[in-house]
Design a binder for this molecule. Structure first.
Ligand code: ATP
Ligand code: MG
Length: 541
């Protein structure tokens, strides 16, 4: 049913990949998505997931899901589970998740090799001393007094560090590159630190842990990653990435060809924060109802909000890949979701702010059913029967006792069509019972011969009162009133009691729906969430 996707547009990453496959440098593309399991995935991660897994699909390659769990203290199984869940939800198959911590033995062997080769040394300065000697952008750093330790001494100390002989902070292993390098990342970066802390997977086995910048290139190389795609802030790390892998390949520890790091601009969106740290803060301070709150830009929140994996893919395709940081308007994401939901969401009638309408000349005790198409442009989505009766719920804003100029819905003396049903004429309003009074034109039923002789301007939706499914509906607005000050919008969630057409009682959690005239919705635990309005409501605010 889904249309074939147009060929996706090229970008600088695809050009590198295509050249490497054409030249025979690589036979098969291998990418990876390497989250640190220290928080929940957000929309920015979706860009990276779609990029990495999408390229693997497009070029017949493979993409690994690898947890970068080199930091023992911050990682939790709950994050691992949620990340796996979200990658699968986005529609990608990664086989079995991989873990950086599975490579700790090998990483240590690499460290021993570097020490033996005079390419790394154990520094016993304090953190402050090291910081002080690092220099600045304008000043070169100065060598540590421990820089001239012999390979034998370094190797022995490194093993003592591993063997739990030294407390935290007493020694680190550093690469021996160049303290005067204009690139500060090459001024003898730290490779290992001592941290007597249990790790979520390796337990108490280790008391030294590799630094991310040391571990990541080795993880990539071990997995045979061909193109290691990362965000721009790692650009200055690329020389170290290449230095390290080059040295380890020279020493026979790794095989060539080595992975190539390529940077792209991270996703920034107007109106939302895309930072795990800040998102966790919102959850922990109780500003939202958990990390899957539909207002949060987390993927778990997105799923409950009714955003779709296909919508994220369209969004990623639309914004493309670039080398320069930019801020994408949130409406681009919403448009991508709307566009996909428009194709797949069956239409339903829902009255969100109900007022009663009584058809006074409708025969007592009678009810009918009307046939309603599930999608106006897609007859293949079929029709459904909707009960109609003499007492209906209509939208309060569809009636005015004293109509403003140009108002063509219900007001005393005016006629409108009840969508898919009859034309009714308003004969008054009863204040005591808050009821709109009408009569109906018996020969006006939609789809019957001659029904279209009635020309009315208004066409309103309704739900039969007797058959209505009463349910909660949650309407969302932006979470932040002001991103800079972290000021939250007190009206970011509005919950109302709505009257829905009866078939919505059977809606299953996650089913996308369009409530006619109101937007796209999704069934959730306690009612329905509005995913997005039918038209852009963010643009001008
Ligand atoms: P945060 O900055 O929110 O803490 P992170 O970069 O620390 O995120 P990781 O778990 O290290 O999160 O990220 C996993 C992958 O997702 C990395 O390859 C990272 O580059 C990518 N990624 C993270 N945020 C974005 C973003 N906003 N846009 C694109 N890719 C991103
Ligand atoms: Mg990170």
């Amino acid at each position: 049913m889904s249309k074939p996707q147009p060929p996706s547009t090229s970008n600088f990453i695809k050009q590198v990949i295509e050249a490497d496959l054409a030249s025979g440098k690589h036979k098969r593309l291998v990418t990876r998505f390497p989250p640190e399991p220290n928080g929940y995935l957000h929309f920015g991660h979706a860009k990276s997931i779609v990029l990495n897994f999408g390229l693997a699909q497009e070029y017949g390659g493979r993409c690994n899901l690898r947890f970068d769990d080199t930091n023992p203290e911050k990682e939790e199984q709950a994050y691992v589970d949620s990340i796996e869940d979200m990658v699968r939800w986005l529609g990608y198959d990664y086989g079995k998740a991989l873990y950086a911590s599975d490579y700790f033995d090998f990483m240590f062997r690499c460290a021993e090799h570097l020490a033996q080769q005079g390419l790394a040394y154990v520094d016993s300065q304090s953190a402050e001393q090291m910081q002080h000697k690092r220099g600045s952008f304008t000043e070169p750093g100065t060598d540590s007094p421990y820089r001239s330790r012999s390979p034998g001494e370094n190797l022995a100390l490194l093993r003592e560090m591993r063997d739990k002989k030294h407390p935290d902070g007493t020694h680190v292993l550093r690469a021996k590159i160049d303290m005067a390098s204009p690139n500060i990342n090459l001024r003898d970066p730290v490779l290992y630190r001592i941290k007597h802390a249990a790790h979520h997977r390796t337990g108490d086995k280790w008391c030294i842990y590799p630094m991310y910048t040391y571990a990541h290139p080795i993880e990539d190389a071990l997995e045979g990653i061909t193109h290691s795609l990362c965000t721009l802030e790692f650009e200055d790390q690329r020389p170290f990435y290449d230095w390290l892998l080059g040295k380890l390949a020279d020493g026979g520890l790794l095989k060539r060809p080595l992975p190539q790091q390529i940077e792209f601009a991270r996703l920034n969106l107007t109106h939302v924060v895309l930072s795990k740290r800040r998102l966790i803060e919102l959850v922990e301070k109780g500003h939202v109802d958990g990390w899957d709150d539909p207002r949060l830009p987390t993927l778990a929140g997105a799923r409950r909000r009714g955003y779709t994996p296909e919508g994220f893919r369209r969004f990623a395709e639309r914004i493309g890949i670039s080398k320069a940081n930019q801020v994408i308007d949130f409406s681009v994401l919403e448009d991508a979701m709307r566009e996909h939901l428009n194709e797949v969401a069956p239409r339903r009638m829902a009255v969100l702010d109900p007022v009663k309408l009584v058809i006074e000349n409708y025969p007592a005790g009678i009810e009918e059913t009307v046939e309603v198409p599930n999608h106006p442009q897609k007859p293949q989505m079929g029709k459904r029967s909707v009960p109609f009766s003499g007492e209906l719920w209509i939208e309060r804003e569809d009636f005015q006792e004293t109509p403003p100029k140009g108002y063509f819905r219900l007001y005393p003396g005016n006629e409108v069509r009840l969508r898919y049903g009859y034309v009714v004429k308003c004969i008054g309003y009863d204040k005591a019972t808050d009821t709109v009074r009408c009569t109906y034109l018996q020969d006006s039923r939609s789809g019957t011969p001659g029904a279209d002789k009635y020309k009315v301007k208004g066409n309103i939706h309704w739900v039969s009162a007797k058959h209505a499914h009463a349910a909660g509906v949650h309407l969302y607005d932006r979470l932040f009133a002001d991103l800079q000050s972290d000021g939250l919008n007190p009206g970011s969630k509005k919950s109302i009691g709505a009257k829905l057409e009866p078939c919505l009682q059977q809606a299953r959690s996650g089913d996308p729906l369009q409530f006619e005239r109101h937007g796209y919705f999704v069934a959730d635990r306690d009612g329905f969430n509005r995913t997005v309005t039918l038209r852009d409501s963010w643009a001008k605010a």
